[in-house]
Structures are given as structure tokens and as C-alpha cells.
Design a protein around this ligand. Structure first.
Ligand code: URA
Length: 283
């Protein structure tokens, strides 16, 4: 069946749909040995030999779906001009090249998905799906209700207002507070910039949830493969919480909890909430 070249390339796991278009425009793609630079061009992945930079695509490669607990100090990219550690360096014995679904900053840690299924990655990243991502943020000093409220209601950043978010105080420590921030947008450094906008200094930033998928107890630097059910739920309409390594639970937890091994010890202070109510979705 004839399909658009950029769709075939991204589905083969080389890169995203948009980056595949760039490969075509740059003249890096050939169909049966002929360079194709026109974006609307189609080919038949079953019959044609499609190559990128001279290498034939592996059309029916095994699909891989990986959840990595990214440590800080790793680049979410396949190469780095400064030779810093790459997230893919952590994927020992993974049988094919995978690339990240979205990105986490160099110093952000936590849940990162990687795959060689370009269609799946595109579905997850499409703004239409509005997949909610939740972060735990350790901030210097004490947080006040007004700061949480402003972040929850939407904040003016240089690239426009942020959508309403769910923002809660999770823990209060001696030196730092922990807050949770759940957003469905994916702007560059969004959580850090939201914190900066309300004068909160970020000490540590960790993604703990992506849609219904929780980071769970996976250790820093470790990865696991997603189950078929997790893969399907993430790209469809997630209805249930999926905890890493455990059976599915039927409902959301009442309030977000930080990773016990890494968050400060529980304080006796009452929790405050910047969302309309603790843990409730606003959109
Ligand atoms: N928001 C940020 O500021 N950084 C990330 O890495 C992810 C979300």
C-alpha cells in the first residue's frame, strides 16, 4: 500500500514525522536508489527499497517501548556536540535504536519514554491528546499559597499564558518544600519557567507520571519495557492508573506522593493546595 514517505520513515523508528520531513528535504532519502526531495511523495514499504543516508529502512523491526528513570546529567538526544552522557547510553542490551518521546532537560530526572515506533511517539506527542505529565519539584525555602495558586491558574510566560495546571504542596522540609505540578502542555523548560515566574528556585525536578503511567519504584538509571496494555492505553484514552511493575489499579490515588526514597521526610505541617482541590484535574 502506498504511504507518505515521512510516515514510513517515522514508523520505521528512525525519527519523528517532522524530522523525517527534514531528511527528505535535505536529500537524504532514496526510493529504489532515486533521491526523493518532494514532501508529498509516496512509496510502498512492502515493495520499495527506502533508504536514509544510504541505509535501507528496517520496516518490520520489532517494536520496542521503554520506560527509563532518567538520572540528572544526561542529555535527551541521540548525540551531543559537547560529548555529554546520552540517555541511550543507559539502554544496555536493547536490540534496536530507539529515540526519546519528547525530552527532559539535562538536569531533569524521572520518567522518560523511548521507542522505535514513530507512529506511537507521534500520537503521544500530538497536542490533541493533551497527555498530562506530573512533576515533583523540590524548591528552595518555603512555598506560599499565592505562588501555588498563580501556577495553577495559568502564568504569563514569554511564549504566552500557560494552561491551568494542578499544583499542590506535597511535603514541607527544613530547607526545602516539595510541590507537584501536573501539566498537559509540553513547552520548553515549562515547569522551571513557571516556578521562576513566581520566584520559586528549583533545586530538583523529577517527572513521576506520564498520562496514566507512573514512574513507580524503578531505580534511577534503570529501564523496563512497557507491557502491551500500557502501550495501548497510553496512545488511546487512558482510563486506569498503571503502576510500574504492579497490576493496574482501578482509580487515581487521592493525592500525589513523591518517591519515598528521594523526598524529604514527612513533616507534621498540614498540606496546602494551589489547585481547586488536592489532586483534582482542572481541565
Ligand atoms: N519542564 C521543565 O522545566 N523541564 C523538563 O525537563 C520538563 C518539564
Amino acid at each position: 500500500m502506498l504511504e507518505r514517505l515521512q510516515k514510513i520513515i517515522s514508523a520505521a523508528g528512525i525519527t519523528s514525522r517532522r524530522a523525517s520531513e527534514a531528511l527528505i528535504l535535505n536529500g537524504q532519502v532514496t526510493v529504489n536508489g532515486i533521491v526523493v526531495t518532494e514532501l508529498g511523495s509516496k512509496a510502498d514499504p512492502e515493495k520499495d527499497t527506502i533508504s536514509v543516508d544510504g541505509k535501507p529502512l528496517k520496516i518490520n523491526a520489532q517494536r520496542l517501548y521503554i520506560l527509563l528513570n532518567k538520572p540528572p546529567g544526561y542529555i535527551t538526544a541521540l548525540k551531543d556536540s559537547q560529548d555529554r552522557p546520552l540517555v541511550t547510553d543507559l539502554l544496555k542490551d536493547v536490540p534496536d535504536r530507539v529515540y526519546p518521546v519528547g525530552r527532559l532537560d539535562y538536569n531533569t530526572e524521572g520518567l522518560l519514554l523511548l521507542t522505535n515506533d514513530g507512529d506511537w511517539a507521534n500520537r503521544l506527542m500530538h497536542p490533541r491528546h493533551e497527555i498530562e505529565k506530573e512533576y515533583h519539584v523540590r524548591v528552595r525555602g518555603k512555598v506560599i499559597d499565592q505562588q501555588l495558586k498563580r501556577m495553577a491558574e495559568g502564568i504569563k510566560l514569554e511564549d504566552g499564558m500557560t494552561a491551568p495546571a494542578v499544583v499542590n504542596l506535597v511535603k514541607s522540609g527544613e530547607q526545602n518544600d516539595w510541590i507537584s505540578v501536573a501539566i498537559h502542555e509540553g513547552r520548553n523548560r515549562q515547569v522551571r519557567r513557571m516556578c521562576e515566574a513566581v520566584s520559586l528556585s528549583v533545586v530538583r525536578l523529577k517527572r513521576i507520571r506520564y498520562g496514566a503511567l507512573q514512574l513507580g519504584t524503578l531505580r534511577t538509571g534503570q529501564f523496563r519495557y512497557l507491557s502491551d496494555a500500557e502501550v495501548r492505553e497510553l496512545s488511546g484514552e487512558p482510563a486506569k492508573i498503571i503502576s510500574a511493575g504492579r497490576p493496574q489499579r482501578e482509580e487515581r490515588p487521592k493525592s500525589p506522593r513523591p518517591d519515598k526514597s528521594e523526598a524529604p521526610k514527612r513533616s507534621k505541617k498540614p498540606e496546602r493546595s494551589g489547585g481547586k482541590s488536592s489532586g483534582r484535574r482542572q481541565q
